[in-house]
Design a protein around this ligand. Sequence first.
Ligand SMILES: CC(C)(COP(=O)(O)OP(=O)(O)OC[C@H]1O[C@@H](n2cnc3c(N)ncnc32)[C@H](O)[C@@H]1OP(=O)(O)O)[C@@H](O)C(=O)NCCC(=O)NCCS
Length: 211
Amino acid sequence: MNAESTLIEMREVGRDEVALIFSFLTIASRMEEQGEPLQKALVDEQLSPYWKGWGRPGDKAIVASDTASGLPVCCAWVRDLPPQHALKTSAQGRVLELAVGTVAQYRGKGIGTAVMRRLLDACQAVCDGISLSVRTTNPALRLYARFGFVKVDGSEHTNRVGSQSITMLLNFRDSSQSPNRSEVEAAKTEFKQAHAENIPASPCAEAARES
Ligand SMILES: CC(C)(COP(=O)(O)OP(=O)(O)OC[C@H]1O[C@@H](n2cnc3c(N)ncnc32)[C@H](O)[C@@H]1OP(=O)(O)O)[C@@H](O)C(=O)NCCC(=O)NCCS
């Protein structure tokens, strides 16, 4: 597969699509890469807040599917995490947690950027910011930085697999922390030119932490 041959379609994820969210959580949390049985996500207390009870008011998600095969290839979602998991940033207002995953063979083609852009655009109207947890060695740090996510001071923590993660925050109400629009838009334009994707109107959903 090459970038030129990948056409995608994006749509909002429905409230009854918990299986789709669960399947992408196993990708977002990099379970297969680490040889973890995917069934662990059914019982892991740190992962369950990202998928259990999907379809609550406020849950929002965008999925991209390969037009040719119909296979869902990327999903990004946000939701309110329970207080014990949520970022302790009451001063930031309502902060939703983001999760995102792209099927391995489809990574690096701009699909994650397009899906996140659509989700984050929709979220600006319903919350004050978006948080996420990411391993300090994850190349996705660059992707998040391009969207304007910044590391939360003192947020280093040992994650569920024993390595280091940080929390990042995108504050919609802080203009000094606005996304790097030029880079994100450039990536989006590049993606559109390469993929001629079909983007239906309106978005979105809610969701993700450790991954
Ligand atoms: C992170 C991820 C969702 C990005 O989706 P994508 O469709 O590859 O994204 P795009 O092609 O639009 O953007 C490419 C960016 O994604 C990141 N990326 C690319 N390959 C990656 C990989 N194997 N793992 C993690 N991040 C990756 C990089 O930041 C890259 O930007 P760069 O050009 O600066 O290197 C996807 O790579 C993935 O599912 N990775 C594994 C799961 C994961 O790490 N999820 C995030 C947990 S916090």
